[in-house]
Design a protein around this ligand. Structure first.
Ligand code: CO8
Length: 258
């Protein structure tokens, strides 16, 4: 079933499994990844034979963020006119419960993708972070909203303003993850959790998901719209150009605060 460039799509009974597969780029999320993940998840969502979806990466990286090499040359008019990365929002509208199996780095867009999922199973080597500030930008796939709701303002501000990473123990204590398991068991556990969900009434599971999300999401859409506009506006700054160019050129950025 997998004629994809950046993901592997499999079925395991009533569980659909989507594996991010750009190992050389630590599963950095580019437009192709987004189109393929959202496309495969949407197909699973329409399939009555599927009752839950697992999204996973590799042991080293769930995803190390949005693809900086793809983004670095974009302008403000590019990101706003193509509504860059807007399709990720479609994932949060699926009826089918989605379980993230996160090992290794879940940074930037990778952390945001994990937080879009309904249940987050973390390996004991998982590392979470929103390091966008180091590139002169801010989270843009819901991170400023979902992280804040998940861990509270104090920790979210700490992570988003300093760009520091959070190891799995801290993430577990704060309620960012559902369960922590040894890294080598992460995917198996996620599949078991997904299979358990898939064994329930799909209607009840999808309504339960919707109900929990109502508690979590009221006013979230507004926050995400605001966040997206702010993210796009960072592409009007010199610091975005410099921050991303420095990453690509493997040097430290010199920000001019302009
Ligand atoms: N984008 C592109 N390439 C990447 C990325 C990335 N995010 N992360 C890693 N890579 C590439 C590296 O460039 C390198 O490629 P190459 O071998 O060609 O040089 C390869 O993956 C391996 O990476 P490293 O050599 O750096 O591996 P290390 O083990 O030394 O370091 C790290 C691993 C710490 C994860 C490091 O790679 C890193 O810091 N990566 C960047 C993390 C980051 O800043 N992520 C946030 C990106 S911005 C973002 O996600 C914004 C989301 C909002 C978009 C909203 C749109 C609306």
């Amino acid at each position: 079933m997998s004629d994809h460039e950046t993901i592997i799509v499999e079925r395991d009974g009533r569980v659909g499994v989507i594996t991010l597969n750009r190992p050389k780029a630590l599963n950095a999320l580019n437009t192709t990844v987004m189109t393929e993940v959202v496309g495969a998840a949407t197909e699973f969502d329409k399939d009555p034979g599927i009752g839950a979806i697992v999204i996973t990466g590799s042991e080293r990286a769930f995803a190390a963020g949005a693809d900086i090499k793809e983004m670095s040359s974009k302008t403000y008019s590019d990101v706003i006119s193509e509504q860059f990365f807007g399709a990720w929002d479609d994932l949060s509208r699926l009826r089918t419960p989605v379980v993230a199996a996160v090992t290794g780095y879940a940074l930037g867009g990778g952390c945001e993708l994990a937080m879009i999922c309904d249940i987050l199973i973390a390996g004991d080597n998982a590392v979470f972070g929103q390091p966008e500030i180091n590139l002169g930008v801010i989270p843009g796939i819901g991170g400023s909203q979902r992280l804040t709701r998940a861990v509270g303002k104090a920790k979210a501000m700490d992570m988003i303003l300093t760009g520091r990473n959070m190891k799995v123990d801290e993430a577990d204590k704060l309620g960012l993850v559902s369960r922590v398991v040894p890294a080598e068991d992460c995917l198996t556990t996620a599949k078991e959790v997904a299979a358990t969900i898939a064994s329930k009434s799909f209607i009840a599971a999808s309504l339960a998901k919707d109900a929990v999300n109502r508690a979590f999401e009221s006013a979230l859409a507004e926050g995400i719209r605001a966040e997206r506009a702010l993210f796009y506006s960072t592409f009007a700054t010199d610091d975005q150009t410099e921050g991303m160019a420095a990453f690509v050129e493997k040097r430290d950025p010199t920000f001019t605060h302009s």
